[in-house]
Design a binder for this molecule. Structure first.
Ligand SMILES: *[C@@H]1O[C@H](CO)[C@@H](O)[C@H](O)[C@H]1NC(C)=O
Length: 230
């Protein structure tokens, strides 16, 4: 009697339910593992693809600095008018007025395999570090592997040179027939590729120029390399 009483409650009935349930659990675990594996592979694949694309873009776009230099200075006119002081006791001119009309021709060379875009260009014409005038060029795009000329004009009309510099300026012009100026500025450029643009690279320009007032022409030009690859 004890057997019949125990049978319905024996553990063997419960043990039969065990195997199928544990089987279905392990099947689910396997498919979840497969899924994770596939996602992992997909992830690795995507990472490799984007690395390859980034590498190709880097090799293609990696912008070389454009060359931007002052090729030619055309002198329309330069006139230096000293203004003598009223009293003859003072030595040298009290003031000097400089009128200037020159063209600056820059050579822009794009050595890249892609287009580049130059930001607005602003150059200063200086005398002894003092800016006298600005030369501007609009932003422009330049095709791959090309060399362009960019021209700007600088004009000054009776610019009152700082008194401290007037004496030197007039003396140099009268005795040595030379007016020494500098042209300085920065140009920012970006490489353009498939609608993307590279980080900005900057080209700095500094040129010393000497103009002869009697010949009304350029007698000397020297451009220093300030981060410019020439
Ligand atoms: C500068 O020179 C050019 C060419 O001679 C002339 O057309 C222009 O009017 C001049 N500009 C000034 C401000 O004198």
């Amino acid at each position: 009697m004890t057997n019949r009483d125990r049978q319905p409650f024996s553990g063997s009935d419960l043990h039969y339910i065990g195997p199928p349930s544990s089987y279905s659990f392990s099947a689910a675990a396997v498919s979840l593992k497969d899924c994770c594996y596939c996602l992992f592979l997909l992830f690795i694949f995507l990472v490799l693809i984007s690395l390859a694309v980034a590498l190709v873009l880097l090799l293609v776009i990696r912008p070389k600095k454009p060359v931007f230099d002052l090729q030619h200075v055309g002198v329309e006119h330069l006139l230096l008018t000293p203004q003598s002081s009223n009293t003859h006791l003072e030595v040298g001119p009290a003031a000097a007025y400089l009128s200037l009309n020159i063209t600056l021709q820059f050579r822009a060379v794009n050595p890249n395999t892609v287009r580049i875009e130059y930001g607005a260009v602003e150059f200063s014409v200086l005398h002894r570090g003092v800016p006298l005038a600005e030369a501007q060029a609009q932003r422009f795009e330049q095709p791959a592997h090309s060399s362009w000329m960019v021209e700007t004009r600088v004009t000054l009309s009776r610019f009152n040179v700082l008194q401290a510099d007037a004496f030197d300026l007039v003396e140099d012009a009268e005795l040595n027939d030379r007016v020494e100026l500098a042209v300085a500025g920065d140009v920012g450029a970006k490489a353009l590729f498939l609608g993307l643009s590279s980080p900005r690279v900057q080209v700095s320009l500094f040129c010393a120029i000497v103009i002869s007032p009697s010949k009304q022409s350029l007698t000397y030009k020297h451009c220093g390399a300030h981060g410019l690859n020439v």
